[in-house]
Design a protein around this ligand. Structure first.
Ligand code: NAD
Length: 481
């Protein structure tokens, strides 16, 4: 990807052109496994932002994307998927090095990104309104229209797949999109820009800007030229963005954090639980919004599950993402120090550290896989997102108590149930306050299934057909004959 990094600098993709910011500002992009600088990233200037806004508006008004027609848009999305697959190996290496994640997982992110474009290509030519019978003398119908310019702010934990998750349906609907990439790992999304360019995406329909959240991100969401905001990230940032959205009365989609619980009933298959724990809290070093961060275990199986989780944690391989270990580093020194500080406070609050509890003594930002028990449900560690490989195990004595503990946080992103009893599974799924419930396999589902939260986990849904309707609005046309 020759065009991506030039003179040791990754540039912005502004209305079809790769450019540096005018003020030559840049930030270093680090390898979290070593702490070394990989390259530098040019920060978008105010002029780049204005150019992206103008380009997006002009593409939307001229109809360069919409005029491709339903079949043409579907074909464009399929081309984008093809181009993403072509760059997946090269892009994955960059993503692995800048985010610390395992190379195979980075590759899977690009493949998933391509799948989003394939999936939403299937809807680009099936955007249909309704006819509403008003009685004699009238004809009434609805049209689903794109919003216009969609501003999309992406977090660092799955930058490529999350960017694609919102971009693909937005383009299928005919919107122009301006993406603000995460400042900690902007290279993967920049690689996505190359695929978009090669696929012949109309100029201005997508811009990718690099910048600091509190600066460029805040300016983008406060801009007058946007018609929609899509935000994936933390609750405090979401709250700040909602204030900007309120000022301009712009609709916003919020995909925020979580503190999700899995309930282990007495009849659960503990091997299945362990497999879910492995993925649920140690995949991507636990930096997953829908991580399995609280495991609620019935008293009869409590000691056994703690012992098995410790064995699992202590047996994980650790290393640079390029070697595909089980456990990779967290994204930054700041993130690592915050996790360690939370564990110190959890200890003061009475939690017992069964294993881990501090950073690993090696280069890079590696947190030891950590299992905590004797965790009080109301304590900070059981209430706040940690975003690291840290599992809290909490016992319960009845179904009612399990549901009460599971629902007792401000979040409500996902939840899980482990049981062979279908009746208990359904009863629990219905009582759990969450946007999605996994039964017997954490992360069951995928790009076809609607995803989003309740409470402080946000609102709106991404993924699946349902997500598409976030990117269109209904116009009703009533005709008197
Ligand atoms: P963050 O809120 O710090 O940053 C997210 C993005 O917002 C970044 O691109 C950042 O630059 C930008 N940003 C920061 N301040 C901004 C501002 N004032 N205005 C506009 N943009 C701003 O979150 P993070 O640390 O990058 O990501 C981790 C968080 O994201 C976790 O809380 C995690 O649970 C959540 N997340 C949620 C989902 C989901 O789908 N629900 C998916 C992934 C991550």
């Amino acid at each position: 990807m020759k065009t991506l990094i030039q003179n040791n600098l990754v540039r912005n993709f502004v209305a079809g052109k790769w450019q540096e910011g005018d003020d030559n500002a840049s930030i270093a992009v680090e390898d979290p496994a070593t702490g070394e600088t990989i390259t530098y990233c040019a920060l978008a200037s105010d002029k780049s932002l204005n150019d992206a806004l103008k380009g997006a508006r002009s593409c939307f008004e001229s109809g360069d994307l919409q005029n491709l027609g339903p079949l043409g848009k579907a074909a464009l999305l399929r081309n984008i998927a093809i181009e993403i697959r072509k760059i997946a190996d090269e892009g994955a290496e960059l993503l692995c090095r800048e985010s610390g994640k395992a190379l195979n997982d980075a590759k899977a992110e690009f493949i998933q990104a391509a799948s989003y474009f394939d999936y939403y290509s299937g809807i680009a030519d099936k955007i249909e309104g309704k006819s509403i019978p008003l009685g004699s003398g009238y004809v009434d119908y609805t049209v689903l229209e794109p919003y216009g310019v969609s501003a999309q702010i992406v977090p660092w934990n799955f930058p490529v797949s999350i960017a694609a998750r919102s971009l693909a349906p937005a383009l299928a609907a005919g919107n122009s999109v301006i993406i603000k990439s995460p400042e900690l790992d902007p290279l993967g999304i920049a690689a996505l820009g190359i695929a978009l360019e090669r696929a012949g995406t109309p100029k201005g329909s997508v811009s990718i800007l690099n910048g600091i959240g509190s600066d460029l991100g805040a300016k983008l969401v406060a801009s007058k030229g946007i018609d929609q905001i899509v935000f994936t990230g933390s609750v405090p940032t979401g709250q700040a963005i909602l204030k900007s959205a309120a000022n301009e009365v712009v609709p916003a989609l919020m995909e925020l954090g979580g503190k999700s619980a899995g309930i282990v009933y007495a009849d659960a298959d503990i091997d299945e639980v362990l497999e879910s724990v492995k993925w649920g809290i140690f995949f991507n070093a636990g930096q997953v919004c829908s991580a399995l961060s609280r495991l609620l275990v019935c008293r009869e199986r409590y000691d056994e599950v703690i012992e098995r989780c410790v064995e699992l944690a202590e047996g994980l391989s650790v290393g640079h993402g390029l070697k595909n270990p089980d456990l990779t580093p967290v994204i930054s020194e700041t993130q690592l120090s915050e996790i360690e500080a939370k564990i110190v406070r959890a200890n003061v609050d009475g939690a017992t550290i069964a294993t881990g509890g501090q950073r690993l003594q090696r280069e890079g930002y590696f947190m030891a896989p950590t299992i905590l028990y004797n965790v009080t449900p109301g304590s900070e560690i059981a209430q706040e997102e940690i975003f690291g490989p840290v599992l809290c195990i909490i016992p319960f004595d009845s179904h009612e108590e399990a549901i009460e503990i599971a629902n007792d946080t401000e979040f409500g992103l996902v939840a899980g149930v482990f049981t062979k009893n279908l009746s208990i599974a359904h009863k629990s799924a219905s009582a759990l306050r969450a946007g999605q419930v996994f039964i017997n396999e954490w992360y069951a589902g995928g790009i076809l299934t609607p995803f989003g939260g309740v409470g402080k986990s946000g609102f709106g849904r991404e993924k699946g057909v349902e997500a598409f309707y976030n990117y269109v609005r209904t116009k009703n046309i009533a005709i008197k004959l």
